[in-house]
Design a protein around this ligand. Structure first.
Ligand SMILES: Cc1cc2nc3c(=O)[nH]c(=O)nc-3n(C[C@H](O)[C@H](O)[C@H](O)COP(=O)(O)OP(=O)(O)OC[C@H]3O[C@@H](n4cnc5c(N)ncnc54)[C@H](O)[C@@H]3O)c2cc1C
Length: 375
C-alpha cells in the first residue's frame, strides 16, 4: 500500500505560546490510546520520568477495541487451542498461551483488582456438539500436562456440567470491567505527566513526524504506532481489521448463569454482568463482511446470537437488549502480534487477534523494550 508523504507543516494560526508548549517535540509520540498505547506510555514514563510523552487518539475515548470488548481475562478454551494447533502446530499455540498468561499476570500486577473490576470467576466452555466434546475430553489430560510444564499451573481444565450442558471448566480465568480498566490506566498515565490529544487523527507517518488531519505535523524523537485494527490503513502493516459484535441485556431476575462462558472454539462468548447477560462473537459466520474497520451491526450475526440466547442459554421470555455495539480488532494471518520497527525511529505493535485484554500489556512491554533498546 502506498503511504502518503507530506511536508511538515505548522499552521500559522498557532501562537508563540502554543508552539513553545503544546506543539513542542515530544521524546515519544504514541498513536492510539487503547490498552497497548496507554500501557506503553506507562512503562516508558516509569523508565524515563523526565521524558515528554504525547498520545494522539482519533476518538473522544479510545475508539477501537479496548473499551468495546467483552472483558474476558482468558488464556483460551480447549477447543480453540486444539483447533489452532491443527493450523499452526503445538509449539506456536503453547507460546501463545504463555503470552496470554504473562499478559494477564502483568495486567493484574499493574492494576489492582478493584481498579478494573476484576472478578476471578473461572470460565466454562459449554458444548452442544458431542464430537467436539469427545475430542476435547480425550485430550484434556495431555493439555493439562503441557500447560503444567509450560506455566506451572496444575489441572487448568476439568470436565464438569453447567446448566444442563457438558462443560470444561478453566480455573485460571476471570473477567474485568473494560471501561474501568481503561479509565484507571488513563488516570495513571495522566498522573505520570503523559499528554493526550483526543479527537485528533493521524493521517500518515514518516520518520520523526506524524501528519495530523488538521494539517499539522508533529515532530518526535521516536514514534510508536498502537492502532491495531487500523494499522493496515495507516501504515500498511499486514493486519486485517475485524469487527466484533456484543450486546448486553437489561437486568434479568434469577439469571442462572454466573461467571464467564464460551462456546464453539471461542467464537461465541457470554458472561453475567450484574445479572445482565453480555453476549457476543459469531464473527466466523460472516468473515468477509466483518473484515472491516467500520463500526456497524451485521444482521446475520445478530440473528444468530438472538437465537443462541433463546435456544442455548435459554433466557426467560421477554428479555431485552439494553445496549449493543461493535468494536474493531486487528488480526494477523498466524494470530501472532506484529511488534517491530517499521521505518527508522517508528515502531508498531498491532494484530492482537482478539486477545488484547489478555496480551495487551505484554505486547506493550515488548514494544517498550524494542524502543528502549533502540535509543
Ligand atoms: C467485540 C470485541 C470483544 C473482545 N473481547 C475480548 C475479550 O473478552 N478478551 C480479550 O482478551 N480481548 C478481547 N477483545 C480484543 C481486545 O479488545 C483488543 O485486542 C485490544 O483492545 C486491542 O488493543 P489495542 O490498544 O491494540 O487497540 P485499540 O484498543 O483498538 O486501540 C487503538 C486505538 O488507535 C486509535 N486510532 C486508530 N487509528 C488512528 C489514527 N489514524 N489516528 C489516531 N488514533 C488512531 C483508535 O481510535 C483506538 O483507540 C475484543 C475485541 C472486540 C472488538
Amino acid at each position: 500500500m502506498a503511504i502518503k508523504k507530506r511536508k511538515v507543516s505548522m499552521n500559522r494560526t498557532f501562537s508563540f505560546w502554543e508552539r513553545e508548549e503544546w506543539l513542542k517535540k515530544p521524546d515519544l509520540l504514541i498513536v492510539g490510546a487503547g490498552i497497548v498505547g496507554a500501557s506503553l506510555a506507562l512503562f516508558y514514563k516509569k523508565a524515563f520520568p523526565g521524558h515528554d510523552v504525547l498520545i494522539v487518539e482519533k476518538g473522544v475515548a479510545p475508539e477501537g477495541a479496548s473499551t468495546r470488548n467483552a472483558g474476558f481475562t482468558c488464556i483460551g478454551s480447549l477447543s480453540e487451542h486444539l483447533s489452532d494447533m491443527q493450523k499452526a502446530g503445538e509449539e506456536t499455540v503453547l507460546k501463545r498461551i504463555e503470552r496470554r498468561w504473562n499478559g494477564l499476570n502483568l495486567l493484574r500486577s499493574t492494576l489492582a483488582a478493584g481498579e478494573m473490576g476484576y472478578i476471578h470467576s473461572g470460565g466454562y466452555e459449554i458444548f452442544t456438539d458431542n464430537e467436539l466434546l469427545a475430542e476435547c475430553s480425550g485430550r484434556l489430560d495431555e493439555m493439562n500436562t503441557l500447560l503444567h510444564e509450560r506455566l506451572g499451573i496444575e489441572s487448568v481444565y476439568s470436565r464438569r456440567e453447567y446448566m444442563g450442558y457438558p462443560a470444561i471448566h478453566n480455573h485460571v480465568e476471570g473477567a474485568i470491567n473494560s471501561g474501568k480498566m481503561m479509565r484507571t490506566l488513563h488516570q495513571k498515565i495522566q498522573k505520570a505527566g503523559v499528554r493526550i490529544w483526543w479527537n485528533t487523527r493521524v493521517e500518515s507517518i514518516d520518520s520523526g513526524v506524524a501528519h495530523l488531519d488538521n494539517d499539522t505535523g508533529i515532530q518526535a524523537e521516536q514514534i510508536a504506532v498502537a492502532v491495531n485494527g487500523f494499522a493496515e490503513s495507516l501504515v500498511g502493516l499486514p493486519v486485517k481489521p475485524a469487527r466484533g459484535y456484543v450486546f448486553i441485556t437489561k437486568p434479568i431476575a434469577d439469571l442462572g448463569w454466573k461467571g464467564t462462558f464460551n462456546h464453539d472454539r471461542g467464537y461465541v462468548y457470554f458472561r453475567n454482568v450484574d445479572n445482565r447477560l453480555l453476549l457476543g462473537g459469531a464473527r466466523n459466520l460472516a468473515v468477509e463482511e466483518e473484515t472491516t474497520d467500520r463500526f456497524g451491526i451485521n444482521p446475520v450475526i445478530k440473528e444468530y446470537l438472538l437465537s443462541f440466547a433463546n435456544d442455548v442459554i435459554k433466557l426467560p421470555p421477554e428479555w431485552e437488549i439494553d445496549v449493543e455495539w461493535s468494536g474493531i480488532m486487528g488480526i494477523t494471518a498466524d494470530k501472532e502480534p506484529y511488534i517491530n520497527e517499521i521505518k527508522p525511529g517508528v515502531y508498531a505493535a498491532a494484530g492482537l487477534s482478539g486477545m488484547g485484554i489478555a496480551i495487551g500489556m505484554q505486547v506493550a512491554k515488548e514494544l517498550f523494550e524494542l524502543i528502549r533498546n533502540s535509543r
